[in-house]
Write a protein that binds this ligand. Structure first.
Ligand SMILES: [Fe+2]
Length: 308
């Protein structure tokens, strides 16, 4: 075989192997653990399970069972940051996946993929810069049914709302917005100083657009939780995420960071930002590379303890 043909064959084989691995990684679910000192001194640590971006279809049994198994962690609080659905009939499957987690205190917001059915796309389109195109013309998903399921279990809908949730002895002031990626966020309606009489203040958003993070930090929310980025989904070894699908820079595509990014512990008017890399992908591009699907158990510690 001539050299160019051999090179082409080798490149084709390497590409096929890469795609095969990326599919396997998309099924390689991981529980990430992190902790952050945010509670009043002397408070009992609070274990918060952050779940995001399931993109669940009817046949993804492995993902369903993995999420369902998270109930064994017995978290004190569950925060769901949207993009649960990827099929018109997926609501019962999603509620079954959350299972006994629905018996725990919980809050939620929705993402664009809770509103509109997924459509076939270029699997590498995710790596392009945001073109501003939103897929709002595909069939509407039964997001109301999903909200009913969450709310009938006692979870609090934070879409463009502020609310207070009592978890054991702690009073937590929450703020949330509807999906900022679709422009559904009504920031002006929820803006304003956070409740300083609460023990903790948490802002929730599906998509971590800077306008949302800035407002929450200004208003005094010590922790912001978001999803949407998929952690970059297809990342470069040694470099990490290339894109976030919003205006957050790739360096903060997942994990625990400060916001503003330049701030440090103890700076006033800043937040901790936790971005979940999420558990799913579009059903038409089930590929993740150097970015395992994840949920996070985030332990909030009293401020007089050291981070672990
Ligand atoms: Fe998503």
């Amino acid at each position: 075989m001539p050299l160019p043909s051999r090179l082409l064959a080798a490149a084709t084989a390497a590409g096929a192997a890469g795609l095969g691995y990326a599919y396997v990684e998309s099924q390689w679910f991981a529980l990430r653990v992190a902790s952050v000192p945010l509670l009043p001194p002397g408070a009992t640590p609070l274990r918060v399970l952050h779940v995001s971006d399931l993109h669940l279809t009817l046949k993804q049994r492995r993902k369903h069972d993995w999420v369902r198994g998270l109930a064994a962690l017995e978290p004190d609080l569950v925060v769901s940051t949207g993009d649960n659905l990827a099929h018109m009939q997926a609501v019962p499957v999603v509620l079954s996946a959350y299972g006994e987690l629905l018996d725990r205190p919980g809050v939620f917001v929705l993402g664009s993929n809770d509103y509109f059915a997924p459509t076939p796309r270029n699997p590498f389109g995710y790596l392009r810069r945001d073109q501003g195109k939103r897929h709002v013309h595909s069939p509407a998903l039964p997001w109301g049914e999903l909200c009913d399921g969450f709310q009938s279990a006692g979870w609090v809908d934070l879409s463009n709302r502020r609310d207070t949730v009592k978890v054991d002895d702690l009073t937590i002031a929450f703020v949330g917005v509807d999906d900022a990626h679709l422009g559904y966020d009504l920031l002006d309606e929820v803006a304003g100083p956070a409740d300083t009489s609460a023990d903790l203040r948490i802002g929730v958003t599906h998509a971590p657009y800077l306008r949302v993070l800035d407002q929450y930090a200004r208003d005094g929310y010590e922790l912001v939780m978001a999803g949407h980025t998929h952690g970059g989904q297809v990342c470069l070894p040694g470099k990490g995420a290339l894109v976030t699908n919003c205006d957050l820079e790739p360096a903060r595509a997942k994990g625990l960071h400060r916001h503003p990014a330049s701030s440090r512990d103890g700076d006033p008017g800043t937040s901790w930002l936790h971005v979940s890399a999420g558990l799913g992908t579009s059903p038409y591009a089930q590929l993740r590379f150097c970015c395992r699907p994840e949920a996070t158990l985030l332990t909030l510690l009293p401020q007089d303890s050291r981070r672990v």
